[in-house]
Design a protein around this ligand. Structure first.
Ligand code: LMR
Length: 393
């Protein structure tokens, strides 16, 4: 049987991670996978997470199963963090999932069960795992224009034109904030036009929010999701705690399905729990419990928010430094968009040959589409990167 297997397409981000690790050059710079790193190049455990783990170790008296949907207190805390007051609690179904990717996968499966013919529309470009999971599930998918490659901004007119063509009942996947891989985000003044178009087409929004707190702040980053919650009759949201709580390997995420009435709530909630049971049974609890403890405790929450804000401001500072250095090194405004983008990533818009040269000649690793992880930089590597880019373009 196993001899029938054929190689699967490799995930480009994870392949790059392995290539970087295997590179013996001491001065190598990793701008690949979306993992936060501090100025020392480390991915620290956040102070509040340490505190919560300590308390959990002292207080937890059982590791028995929780429930197929996870701990309701986790979903409630995450619902408040993401939606604020913008949803009616009785219309929200939720399950904990293994990471944000687990939430995406469960969301797609929910779509498939509800309407196997629905096409899932993805931004062009998007996180490579979105189309990959859809292909694996053999679900119809399509792309809507999103990125203006010329100016490295959002192509709003193209986006609206494509979204207007979406069929009633199709699903439109939107990045809640900090668009991955481009770093180019909708302006708050664009939200209504996008939502009007989705509603006119009868589309179901599916928000992937994996970087809340990394862009313009916790509330600002949730603003698009909240605007959708206020105006769209039905929608899905997949959220990750990997980045904003720094608990990547704990696999902590949540899927929300929100409906315009309370009638089918029990069926929706039951279906989501059923899907968890089929795929992995009980979701991981450790990370979810830490998040719940932090969000529900004034002192830990304050500390978490402060550390997250310092992380965000640090990344923003690196962005600005890089934009300045690129202006100085290239003698042009070509890369000014780096300072306008938000979140962990920016797509530089340089050709694949330049990306390869940066890797081969300068030991600088970025994804092949020229996406860089800003958090992979520090004040010493910014000038090195800017100089190297000026040399290869
Ligand atoms: C990324 O885009 O680099 C992150 O979301 C990590 C991943 O799983 O790809």
């Amino acid at each position: 049987m196993l001899t029938n297997l054929t190689p699967q397409p490799e995930d480009k981000i994870l392949a790059l991670m392995a290539q970087y690790r295997a590179d013996p050059r001491p001065n190598k710079i990793d701008l690949g996978v979306g993992v936060y790193k501090n100025a020392e190049g480390l991915t620290p455990v956040m102070r509040s997470v340490k505190d919560a783990e300590h308390k959990l170790w002292e207080d937890q008296d059982s590791k028995s199963y929780v429930g197929l949907a996870g701990d309701p207190a986790f979903s409630a805390a995450m619902r408040e963090l993401i939606f604020g007051e913008s949803v009616n609690v009785d219309q929200v179904s939720a399950v904990a999932t293994p990471g944000g990717t687990g939430a995406i996968r469960q969301g797609f499966e929910l779509v498939k069960l509800a309407d196997a013919g629905a096409t899932v529309w993805l931004s062009d470009p998007t996180w490579p795992n979105h189309p990959s999971i859809l292909s694996h599930l053999e679900m119809p998918q399509a792309k809507y224009r999103y990125f203006d490659a010329e100016n490295c901004t959002v192509d709003l007119a193209g986006m609206l034109e494509d979204l207007a063509k979406v069929k009633k009942g199709d699903v439109v996947l939107l990045h809640g904030c900090c668009h991955n891989p481009t770093g180019a985000n909708l302006h708050p003044s664009d939200f209504d036009a996008v939502i009007d178009t989705l509603n006119a087409a009868g589309a179901i929004p599916f928000v992937d929010i994996a970087y809340q707190g990394f862009g313009d702040g916790l509330d600002a980053d949730a603003a698009f999701t909240r605007a959708i919650a206020a105006r769209c009759p039905q929608f899905l949201v997949a959220a990750s705690c990997s980045k904003n709580f720094g608990i990547y390997r704990e696999r902590t995420g949540v899927l929300f399905a929100v409906s315009d009435n309370t009638e089918n709530h029990d069926v929706t909630q039951g279906t989501m729990a059923y899907l968890n049971r089929q795929n992995f049974s009980f979701p991981p609890d450790h990370g979810a419990r830490l998040v719940t403890m932090i969000l529900n405790d004034d002192k830990m929450r304050r500390d978490w928010e402060e550390e997250l804000e310092a992380t965000r401001v640090g990344m923003l500072g690196l962005r600005m430094q890089l934009a300045d250095a690129l202006r100085a090194e290239t003698g042009t405004d070509r890369f000014n968009f780096v300072g306008e983008h938000r979140g962990m990533f920016s797509r530089l818009g340089i050709p694949p040959e330049a990306v390869a040269k940066l890797r081969e000649d300068h030991a600088i690793y970025m994804v092949g589409d020229s996406r860089i992880n800003i958090a992979g930089l520090n004040k010493y590597s910014v000038p090195i990167l800017a100089k190297a880019i000026a040399q290869v373009i």
